[in-house]
Design a protein around this ligand. Structure first.
Ligand code: C6P
Length: 437
């Protein structure tokens, strides 16, 4: 199979060997000093149900460092005003901070211009924007929307609604099985001229699979297919370079990358954004309004109707600075080492089914214990102070494909340690003993 994935597998093998060579030292002190980092996250320093909190639900939302909390507090204490409207000092300050955050997002993902950055409420709203604005304008009967079987509901349901309205059809790149790889031969087969958009998750929230989005987007580009990357689980975990991936759209949520909830990002290539009609309308997004006709602003403001979340981008700006002060390449390495460690140790447990790649996985592990419901695993783990997530993780079609209703999931970030992973493994062993004895 001569696909980019093969190269990636080889790359993964080498990475894995390198990881083994590092011998996974406790707390990975070679990468960064976790003890120092944890001082920025007072929330982690608490007991839950009498046990020290182990926060392994980072894929749902990350914790926020004190610097982000302070930036938001500072804004409300000193600068609070509406943006783009007033010419008074506070309004100017708020507007400058808001637009500076947009510039910071552009540099964070290496976009060519801050005009390519639209603030949304999160990944979900970003994909809805593309589906409803680009999709309703460009899709018609006979067209295909190419997704993968591991997509989050946010990257399925908006397309289903738009498919119904336009007569386009959705097709899925299958996964290979429990190991959670994409079937790349099928991808090549499905890549036909009828496909108008290919929308793919970068790191799967249910499998931990790291998809080779750059290679896949480049392939799609050769047929003129528009591409969207859902970077909800990757943007805060690894370096992202939209110019290198060469995708047309990329989406992520602030709250998963140490920023506040309620703020997200849609990156879009300017030449495509320019052609797209507004998604929502009202104040802020207009140049001129008559009783019967309105002229709209250019992107990105065309897509930001109404008073936006202002403290959100300000907090997000600080979050991006914070992540880059550690280094996203190191965070990625740390995530992968911890996930591999947890995966290898979970495999010691009999009757466990672990989902996703056996190596080079993103920072999470999903699993099912024989005859024990994931919700029971998560409920009892909480009694031990371990915060996990159990359920379908908003990937119900994937769960059905895997033949399970739900999984338990541990998801890691740079402030998590191998000691925590050890305790988590012991707790899972206890839970299994409790339910099977
Ligand atoms: N996944 C999880 O626990 P929002 O809710 O808009 O911030 O993000 C949606 C989303 C989109 N794509 C992927 C790959 C995601 O993981 C998520 C959010 C959370 O896995 C909540 S279901």
């Amino acid at each position: 199979m001569n696909t980019p994935y093969k190269n990636l597998e080889e790359h993964n093998k080498i990475l894995h060997q390198q990881n083994e060579l590092k011998q996974i030292q406790k707390s990975n002190p070679t990468l960064f000093d976790i003890a120092v980092i944890r001082k920025d996250f007072p929330i982690l320093n608490q007991t839950v149900n009498g046990n020290r909190l182990i926060y392994f639900d980072n894929a749902a939302t990350s914790q926020k460092p004190i610097q982000v909390i302070e930036a938001i507090r500072n804004y409300y204490l000193n600068d609070n005003a509406n943006v783009h409207r007033g010419i008074h000092t506070l309004s100017n300050r708020a507007t400058v901070a808001f637009e500076k955050a947009r510039e910071r997002v552009a540099s964070f993902i290496n976009a060519k211009s801050s005009d390519e950055i639209i603030f949304t409420r999160g990944t979900t709203e970003s994909i809805n924007l593309v589906a409803n604005s680009w999709g309703l304008k460009n899709l018609k009967p006979g067209d295909k929307i190419l997704l993968t079987e591991m997509e989050h509901h946010s990257n399925i349901v908006p397309w289903q609604i738009v498919a119904e309205r336009t007569g386009a059809e959705i097709v899925y790149v299958p996964i290979t099985g429990d190991d959670g790889y994409l079937d790349l031969e099928a991808f090549e087969r499905l890549l036909t001229p009828q496909v108008k958009i290919f929308s793919i998750v970068h790191i799967s929230n249910s499998l931990g699979t790291i998809n080779p989005v750059k290679e896949l987007c480049h392939k799609a580009k050769t047929l003129g297919i528009v591409t969207l990357v859902d970077a909800a689980q990757s943007a805060g975990h690894c370096p992202i370079d939209v110019s290198e991936i060469d995708c047309d759209f990329l989406t992520f949520s602030g709250h998963k990358i140490c920023g506040p909830t309620g703020i997200g990002v849609l990156y879009g290539k300017y030449k495509i954004l320019e052609t797209m009609p507004p998604y929502q309308s009202g104040g802020e997004m207009i140049l001129n309004v008559d009783y019967y006709k309105t002229a709209f602003k250019k992107p990105p403001h065309r897509f930001e109707a109404g008073t936006p979340d202002i403290s959100g981008p300000i907090g997000l700006h600080t979050a991006m600075d914070y992540l880059d002060s550690i280094g996203r390449d190191l965070i990625f390495e740390h995530d992968k080492i911890l996930a591999q460690y947890a995966y290898d140790r979970l495999k010691e447990i009999s009757g466990i089914r672990i989902f996703g790649p056996p190596m080079n996985r993103g920072g999470l592990v999903s699993f099912a214990l024989k005859d024990i419901h994931a919700h029971d695993v998560v409920t009892v783990a909480d009694q031990f102070g371990v915060a996990l997530r159990g359920g379908h993780h908003c990937t119900q079609p994937l769960m059905k494909k895997l033949g399970v209703e739900s999984t338990a999931r541990a998801s890691f970030y740079f402030y998590n340690t191998t000691e925590e992973a050890d305790r988590f493994i012991n707790v899972i062993k206890e839970i299994q003993k409790f339910f099977t004895s």
